[in-house]
Structure formats: C-alpha cells, structure tokens
Design a protein around this ligand. Sequence first.
Ligand code: ADP
Length: 488
Amino acid sequence: MSSKNALRKPRTRRDLFRTWSLARRLTLLYAGSSFLMLLLAAAYLYWSLVDNLELEDSAFLANEIQECRSLLHESPHDEDALAHEIQIEPAANPFIKYYMRLLDNQGRILLETPRMANVLPVASFPVAIATTEIPMRGKFWKSGSGESYLLMSVLAQVDMDGITPRILHVALDVSAEEAQIVGYLRTLLAVVALGTLFSCAAGLFVARKGLRPLKDITKATDRTSASQLHERIAANAWPEELASLARSFDQMLDRLEDSFSRLSQFSADLAHELRTPINNLRGEAGVALSQARTPEEYRRTLESSLEEYARLSRLIDNMLFLARADGPMTSIARTACNSRKAIEVVREFYVALAADRGIEVVCGGKATVQADTVLFRQAISNLLSNALNYTPRGGKVSINVQRQYDRTVEVTVTDTGFGIPAEHLPKIFERFYRVDPARSQQPNGSGLGLAIVKSIMALHGGTVSVQSELGKGSTFSLSFPLGAAADR
Ligand code: ADP
C-alpha cells in the first residue's frame, strides 16, 4: 500500500454527506420534500379521477341493467320493447359506446347489440349475480384488439310466468376514457417533474440567500489574524442564530488577545531577566581578561560568576516548574501531611536569616492537610522568604494553620512589613510581576515566587489570596480543600 493511501481515511457515504455544503443539503432536502408532496398530490388526483370515472361508468351500466330488469319484469313477453332496449338503443347512441346481451339460463344468446359477438365473447363476462342485487363496480377487460371494456353480468329474471331465468350482459367501451386517463397521468408526471426542478432551483436560490450571512461571518472571521486580534465582529447586525456564534467568537478573541499579550509580555520579561545575569557574567569575564590578574582576583571573579550562575539556574528551575505545573496532565501525589511539622521544617531553614535581619518568626495551630509535602513546603518557603524580604528589622512574621468550618485547611503567613499598594494586589501573582524591587532586602528576586505559589495551589485545587495594608503588613492565605474533591 502506498503511503498516500495509508494516510487516506476510509470515507463512508455518511461522511460524504457530512462534507456536502449546507446550500447543497438544503436544496436536496427542499427538492426531496417538494417531490414527495407533488407525487402524493398527483397520486391522489389520479386515483380520485380514475375512481370517479369508474363509479360513473358503473352507475351507467347499473342504470341500463335496472331499465332492462324493469322491462323484463313488467312486460316479459314484449319482444319488440326488449329488442329496442337491447339491439337498437345501444347501437343508435352516438356518444356512448355500449353493448347489451340477453341469454337464457343455458347460456344461449337470445338477443344482443349488433357486432357484440365480434368484440365481446360470452366467456369474457363475469359470473352473473342475483336479481335483487345491483353491482357496484364492473369488471375491466381488454379485448385482443386492445380496446378496454367495463363488464357487468346479472340475472335478469327468475322463473316468472313460465319464462326461465335470463342472464343479462352489459358492457361499456372505456377505451377513449382510458386514453384520456393515460394523457392525464402523463400531464401529472410532467407537473411533478417540472415542479421538482423548479423547487430545486428555488431551493438553491433560497439556501444561497439564507446562507449569505454565514459567508459574511466567515469573511469577517478571516479578517482576524494574530496581528489583528483587536477586530470584533459581534457589533455587526447578524441573524439571531449567528449572533451568539459571533459573541462566542469575540469572547474567544478576547481570551486569545489576552493570552497573546501575556505571552509577549512574558517573553519580554524573560529576556529581561536573562539579560541582567548574562551581562554581569560578560562584564566580569571582560574585566578579568582585560589585564593580567593575580590568582586571588581570578578566584573572586569566579566566585561572583558562580552567584550569577546560581541565579540563572534558579530562574530556569522556576520557569521549568511553572511550565510543568501548567501542563494539563500534571498530577501530584497528595498524602495526609502534618502541616505544622512541615511549617516548622521551613522555619528552621530560615531561622538564621531571620535572626540576621532581626525578624521574629513564630508558628501556631495544627491541622492535617491533604497535600504534596514537597510542594506544600515550597509554597510556605516562598511566602516566608517574601515576608522576610519585605519586613524591616524588628518586625514579626507569624505562620498559622487552622482547619475551617467548611473543613478546608487555611495556612496564613502574616508579616508586619511594608505592605503592598492596593492597585498592585491583583497583579502580584502574575509571572515576573514585581512591585518595588528597591524595597526588597533581596533585590535580585525574579518575580516568580508568588506565581509558583499560585500554581501549587491550583495543583491542589486550592486558592491563594492576599490582604495588605501599606506600612502595616501583609497576610497571604493558602486554602487547601478536602482531599478527594481536589485531586488532579
Ligand atoms: P519576588 O519576591 O521575587 O519579587 P514574588 O512573585 O515572590 O517575586 O513577589 C512579587 C511581588 O509581590 C514582589 O516583588 C513584592 O513587591 C510583592 N510582595 C510579595 N510578598 C510580599 C510581602 N510579604 N510584603 C510586601 N510585598 C510583597
């Protein structure tokens, strides 16, 4: 099998129909339903015409039978009257071609319309029905020469005044009628065919006109590209069905535009963050190489470079962590974690730094939290490190853990530091966002610490929030939900 064939998916008839244009489908459905309606109407008209004609013809024959029966009943021996009724009257009628025949009960012909024997043999008639009955419908019969007849056969008289029963045959030539019906049928079929063709054309016209807004909306969406994400289409007047599509499209553009601008902001921030340590490294190397140095000077240069390398490495680690945490398939191993113990471990780590900066760190409360212990410590560590960075000497940081009434566990990190201006609060969890690095005791922060905390909480199905008052301090709260509900 060629590779081209291997790639081509098998197409079922249904798939093929699905790929048809809407105009084509609508036209087909419209024409199909019109065809069915026309066909039904034509069938009904044809059937009612044929039935009416047959009823009329049968009524005519029944009338002739009735007249003949009356004659036989009232004056059975009046042979002249009988001959007039059976032989002369039918032959003399210029408009209606019909025949009558009188037979005895042995089947011998007593009287018949001239030429009847040539066209209508006795055997072609049905079995005679009783004298009291009037046949509702005759029997159709086609002669060898192609003429059509409606036939009736009845008993005309039963053993009266010594006369044995008679059998009466009446026949109506319906060939002309039949030709008329065939003509009528042809006209009806032509009307059905023309009507279907017309409805095809009308359907195509209506479908194209009806679907024009769809083309317009496609053109409008085509105009939107990565460089023109600000274009919106819902403002135009769309039919009701498309208005909601236009609104959804605009909402999608809002999200896309937001993502695009964040992405470009992110790239700019990342470039900026990388540029500083790399420039430092280049500068140091350049200065070191500009003239002969003592081993001690080279050692100091390398030590300083190592710090920059460490900063770069931290930045890359943080970026990698955020990229992994953002992945849709990222999952964490949650266990019942003694939160107080985990907090104490983090505190121990920072106790020397805190003492160095003259800041007191206290812990309180206890609760078991369903969390990934490593990530839990990482979140507390980021918050404590920030609290220490943004709290002046003599300040205090308290870390508290408490189970809430709704059975979630809340961890708060409160400091008596500089606080955060209200207008910055909604943005501080964004990547690379920094309020005022100059106030930090660690001016080399990357602005990723809180973004990582937010990602960790998202992985746990929890939330992070902040309350802050300028000059008084800040409280960061982590809310961990109950285990099962938040598994990811
Ligand atoms: P970094 O600390 O590396 O700058 P973060 O993402 O941890 O980045 O914090 C973002 C910004 O939020 C910081 O630049 C700082 O301005 C502000 N911030 C965070 N924690 C505190 C805090 N405890 N007190 C005051 N400002 C804070």
